[in-house]
Write a new protein. Structure first.
Length: 218
């Protein structure tokens, strides 16, 4: 694993994992934590280790967050800058929770992103999570920051969500898939929020399989 800075701010860096053999594709991992400074890219490391072991180049990125120089548009700008910072070819964006928001938003705005897997993603700022979204941006910015306001995304999006999610309601993914023509919904029965980023769970297996499918087909 190699740590690479893509800017001068302490949060503008990522960790690049390269497989030992032939590369099967490339993935950008974007961690969640409701965009707050107290959560970092360590949440993405277990996923990166699984994916690099399966032959993927993996770029696990950090970004400026609320309370640490982030907010909108800085947080989104950092994700796009991070994606452009390393040349690992076309990438699948894999993001959990608030990182799911950033993964789908990046799919809309980055030519390098061929598709996104949203793991219990925050996809519509106007419902269920409005109060937390307002910590990231103003209500006037919802139209440029909220993925549901940006459809069509123009890339395939797979939304994997547990029906027992205690933090981000399943309705976030259901509603987004109802309006996005290239979105696919996968509901994992009996799964909670953190199951999505816990290797060995059915939720993670569904997410990993979705990444593989997008990387192969795109």
């Amino acid at each position: 694993m190699q740590r690479i800075a893509y800017g001068a701010h302490p949060s503008q860096f990522g960790e690049l994992y390269l497989p030992g053999g032939v590369t099967q594709g490339a993935v950008v991992v974007i961690h969640g934590g409701f965009w707050h400074q107290r959560y970092g890219l360590e949440l993405g490391r277990p996923l990166a280790e699984v994916l690099v072991g399966e032959g993927f180049a993996v770029w696990n990125v950090e970004y400026r967050r609320v309370g640490g120089g982030g907010g909108w548009p800085q947080t989104g700008e950092d994700v796009l800058a991070a994606i452009d910072a390393v040349d690992i070819g076309p990438v699948v964006a894999l993001g959990h929770s608030a990182g799911g928001h950033l993964a789908v938003w990046a799919a809309k705005h980055s030519a390098r992103v061929v598709g996104a897997v949203a793991q219990a993603g925050v996809l519509d700022f106007t419902r269920d999570v409005t109060e937390r979204a307002l910590e990231l941006c103003s209500e006037e910015q919802f139209g440029v920051a909220s993925p549901a306001a940006l459809v069509p995304i123009g890339k395939p999006v797979i939304c994997v969500h547990g029906d027992l999610d205690e933090d981000v309601p399943l309705a976030q993914s259901v509603g987004f898939c109802a309006v996005e023509p290239q979105a696919e919904l996968i509901v994992v029965e009996g799964a909670g929020h953190m199951d999505m980023i816990t290797p060995g769970t059915d939720s993670w297996d569904r997410c990993r399989a979705s990444v593989v499918r997008l990387a192969i087909n795109c």
